[in-house]
Design a protein. Sequence first.
Length: 97
Amino acid sequence: MATYIWVGNFTEQGMRTIKDTTKRADAIKGAAQKFGVTLKDMYWTMGQYDLVGIFEAKDAESMSAFELTVGLAGNLSGQTLRAFNKDEMNAVLGKVG
């Protein structure tokens, strides 16, 4: 399973319904499973981003389809980073040069 870190912000719509944000996180966790994606953890943050999510997915296509579906609700905007653990990074480095 690949790890993805999602960083995002509330949209205007998301801010109007901010009191439901933890309920929406629970709904996102359930929706993720339909795409073969697992929400490992969600953090509400201060600073440049309002939220940080840690996800695992079998492939980028599954993660992308999930994200697009969540985006349709209009509460969040963000970006996704593919994250590599130490073993994965060592495999990448083994292919360098």
